[in-house]
Write a protein that binds this ligand. Structure first.
Ligand code: GLN
Length: 451
């Protein structure tokens, strides 16, 4: 049914970069066989899923939205992919994304944009716009995203779906094509809070193949999603995440949602995180610095695209021509910024200062979590914007992530839950942040809102 749905709507939505019909049907048949053999299968066995094209799946094209990886078929499964397949989840295909997960609209994909199913003239958010749009268009009931600065949560807000960024290290990054290794985190996406929790449980937990994987059990997310009682929960409204630059409708929706939680018995307090103001600037130094290093591996010698290798050019010339042709404008912009920020003479002033701000943001979170069990804000300052509207203005694009970025800098968990529609009928998201390894609290709040 989901393959049929993809066939019916995906030429309009363009959520998928590739659909693995044969693989999906074979995986579904294998689940049937396991059940027929009397095997006990998990709750998601046989349930279809859309996989962001930044995670490897053995033998299936994986591009990270870039020309430079066109045609590459990875020889191994990411840990997330392996756990999904072991749980009997059926992987329908790979979803569209901003190139190397750099962006907030999916317009930076080398393979064309994804369109928001709520209004095809608008973006679905990014970088994981394909996964979010696949959910909103009912092409898949489950999806995987990755969140470096908001790429799970902002698309969830723009498409009226649920997206969770787990605690850093809670879900393995093994097999995720790296953008910024200290910020990257794969996570679960779905249309309901319980579905998201069930998926979280399947992909989470310690992985010896990822050095930064936490040796801790997955927080009790499914129990929290079933429970959904916020009575007595202290909800901290972050004073700095609102006001100027936020659409009045987004703010009104946010405050109405906080009031709903209060009416369900939550205790609302105001908290201040004064250094969040500098988080965006720090992020746009730390991310390009790490990305410039991570993306050095795309040298035309080991993967994908190779240009100008006709026997007359040096290795360096072939590398330069291939990177020139294979990377898009945003990727080049960030490699150049990162290389500059790390260069001799500038490193302390730029990268070093950004790391100090990162510590201050972490300290803000620690202080705020002493007063509140979770922190809340709008997920984004506005609802989904039009295709092409912010493409020529990188700063306007970067401002989408004002509320989501502090969490990536600190490594704690956060989620976006649907919180209603604007007067134009566009979804808005409610952003909840929880301490490290307290991901279950996110689901508690999400489930309360869903009732
Ligand atoms: N939009 C942010 C960026 O462009 C976040 C990206 C992400 O989370 N992968 O960096």
């Amino acid at each position: 049914a989901h393959l049929d749905r993809i066939g019916a709507v995906d030429d309009k939505v363009h959520a998928f970069l590739s659909v693995d019909e044969d693989g999906a049907l074979a995986q579904a048949a294998a689940v049937d066989a396991r059940i027929a053999a009397g095997e006990q299968v998990g709750p998601l066995a046989g349930v279809p899923l859309a996989l962001k094209d930044v995670l490897t799946q053995r033998g299936v094209p994986t591009t990270a939205g870039s020309r430079i990886l066109e045609g590459w078929r990875p020889p191994y499964d990411a840990t997330v992919t392996r756990r999904l397949l072991e749980a009997g989840v059926v992987i329908l295909g790979k979803t569209n994304m901003d190139e190397f997960a750099m962006g907030s609209s999916t317009e930076n994909s080398a393979y064309g944009p994804t369109y928001n199913p709520w209004d095809l003239s608008r973006v679905p958010g990014g970088s994981g716009g394909g996964s979010a749009a696949a959910l909103a268009a009912f092409e898949a009931p489950l999806a995987i995203g990755t969140d470096t600065g908001g790429s799970i949560r902002q698309p969830a807000a723009f498409t009226g779906t649920v997206g969770v960024k787990p605690t850093y290290g809670g879900v393995s990054r093994y097999g995720q094509i790296a953008l910024a290794s200290s910020l990257d985190q794969p996570g679960p996406c779905a249309r309901t809070v319980l579905d998201t929790a069930l998926l979280h449980e399947v992909i989470g937990g310690h992985d010896p193949k990822d050095q930064t994987s936490l040796a801790a059990p997955v927080p009790a997310v499914v129990e929290a999603a079933r429970h959904g009682d916020v009575k007595g929960l202290r909800i901290g409204v972050v004073r700095e995440l609102g006001g100027e630059g936020y659409a009045p409708e987004a703010e009104a929706n946010f405050h109405a949602t906080v009031e709903r939680l209060a009416s369900l018995g939550a205790e609302v307090v105001e908290v201040s995180c004064p250094n969040f103001e500098y988080a965006l600037a720090a992020y746009y130094l730390i991310l390009p610095s790490e990305a410039s290093s991570n993306l050095a591996r795309f040298d035309a010698m080991r993967y994908g695209l190779r240009v100008g290798d006709d026997g007359t050019r040096s290795t360096e010339q072939v590398m330069a021509l291939s990177r020139e042709a294979g990377f898009g404008a945003e990727v080049k912009r960030r490699i150049i910024i990162g290389t500059y920020a790390l260069s001799a003479g500038y490193r302390d002033a730029y990268y070093g200062s950004a790391q100090k701000v990162r510590t201050l943001v972490q300290q803000d979170f620690t202080a705020a979590f002493a007063k509140a069990d979770v922190l809340v804000s709008p997920t984004t300052p506005t609802a989904a914007f039009g295709i092409g509207e912010r493409l020529d203005d990188p700063m306007a694009m970067y401002l989408n992530d004002l509320c989501t970025i502090p969490t990536n800098l600190a490594g704690n968990s956060a989620a976006s839950f649907p919180s209603g529609l604007t007067s134009d009928g566009l979804p808005l998201g409610f952003h909840v942040m929880a301490p490290h390894l307290a991901d279950d609290r996110l689901y508690l709040v999400g489930a309360a809102l869903e009732r």
